[in-house]
Design a protein around this ligand. Structure first.
Ligand code: SF4
Length: 367
């Protein structure tokens, strides 16, 4: 395994990587220092000497039901309801999370506000157990009444997806007329209600030219953070690759706009690029793991970007799945094979570390 780690670190040497504070690093040096810090925190007893025996954070995509059919949806969520987890399975999983001591849960789908009764039940359960909650939403169902129903609860953040500075771009990408106006309204309502909220934007070939105006709009709307995510080429995004992908030049442009605006609004609003593919994958396999993703079919994965299922909460306990290798990723042959398919791009200019991650690398550990 040490040999594999050394190969990974050497492979990404010279590639540029950017963190959430828009600092730019050489990828190898960054990961070497993160691994050193990881080791020091184990020695100091801040984190367990070996591995976490339960996940501390769970991203729970508990439904694939959605009121939209976005061109870029990596989950292929849609208006046509597919057979996902049922209410009992969802509730049982939340109960297990409370028992084993999960500390943070991110809720998404699908669109979680499609079934508000279920969402409120989940929020109440998590709040009662003092588990921190964050939510991702397209904002369509957030009106005064809905926000009022959320008011008894505490949220780490509610993120509203807004994909452009005007309705033309956003509504086209979301294939839903009126969706931009609803999302803008949702963000305003959350701000008025004092809920910490982020504007989440997927950077694609369709909106890259208007990013600057978009960031200014978010500041005007009172967002605390603007989070950009590159499009993951899974699901419907892979089917619409030509429109959703970015050229090299567009990628450069997007990166420099985000860094520039980050500096402009520093101290007032945080602007950053999240889920850098390379950063996400390398931190998963090189550092001590504390989180996982549960998909709407119940399968459990290390991350949205490592499509290897380690089990299913329909017939297994989350804790058992976690201890079957999710907390020791590089010991699994399937993960080693997956990692060895990645190519890290190296350029001398400002670039995020990117990988050749595509739809072709979808695995199921249990298949
Ligand atoms: S991207 Fe979000 S809003 Fe769009 S279809 Fe997928 S889950 Fe629904």
């Amino acid at each position: 395994m040490n040999e594999m780690i050394e190969t990974l670190l050497n492979d990404c040497k010279g590639a540029r990587i950017i963190d959430a504070n828009c600092n730019i690093f050489d990828a190898r040096r960054l990961f070497q220092s993160l691994m050193d810090r990881d080791r020091d925190s184990k020695r100091a007893g801040i984190t367990p000497k070996d591995v976490f025996e339960v996940p501390l954070k769970v991203h729970f995509e508990y439904t694939s039901q959605c009121n939209m059919d976005c061109l870029f949806c990596y989950n292929t969520s849609s208006t046509s309801r597919e057979q996902g987890l049922d209410t009992d399975e969802i509730v049982r999983t939340i109960e297990e999370m409370a028992v084993i001591g999960v500390m943070e849960v991110g809720l998404s789908g699908g669109e979680v506000f499609c079934d508000q009764k279920l969402l409120l039940r989940i929020i109440k359960m998590l709040n009662d157990h003092s588990i921190a909650i964050s939510i991702k939403t397209n904002g369509w169902f957030l009106n005064e009444r809905t926000v009022e129903k959320l008011s008894p609860y505490t949220f780490q953040s509610i993120d509203v997806s807004i994909d452009g500075s005007s309705e033309t771009v956003h509504d086209r990408m979301r294939a839903k007329p009126g969706s931009w106006r609803k999302a803008i309204h949702a963000l305003k309502l959350l701000k008025e209600a004092g809920v910490y909220s982020k504007a989440a934007c997927l950077v694609t070939g369709e909106n890259v030219e208007s990013l600057e105006d978009y960031i200014d709009l978010c500041f005007y709307l009172g967002a605390k953070e603007v989070m950009f995510t590159p499009c993951i080429m899974f699901g419907r995004a892979a089917q619409n690759k030509d429109r959703m992908g970015l050229t090299e030049q567009q990628f450069e442009e997007a990166s420099s706009i985000i860094v520039r605006k980050h500096l402009q609004y520093r101290g007032f609003m945080k602007t950053y690029l999240a889920l850098d593919f390379g950063y996400e994958i390398l931190s998963k396999v090189l550092l001590t793991q504390n989180s996982c993703v549960i998909r709407s079919d119940g399968s459990v994965h290390p991350s949205c970007l490592i499509p290897i299922s380690f089990g299913n909460i329909r017939d297994q306990k989350l804790k058992d799945i976690w201890n079957s290798g999710l907390n020791r990723l590089l010991t699994k042959k399937e993960v080693q094979d997956f990692v060895s398919t990645l190519k890290f791009e190296k350029t001398a200019t400002l670039r995020l570390l990117r990988t050749s991650l595509t739809q072709d690398v979808v695995h199921c550990y249990h298949a």
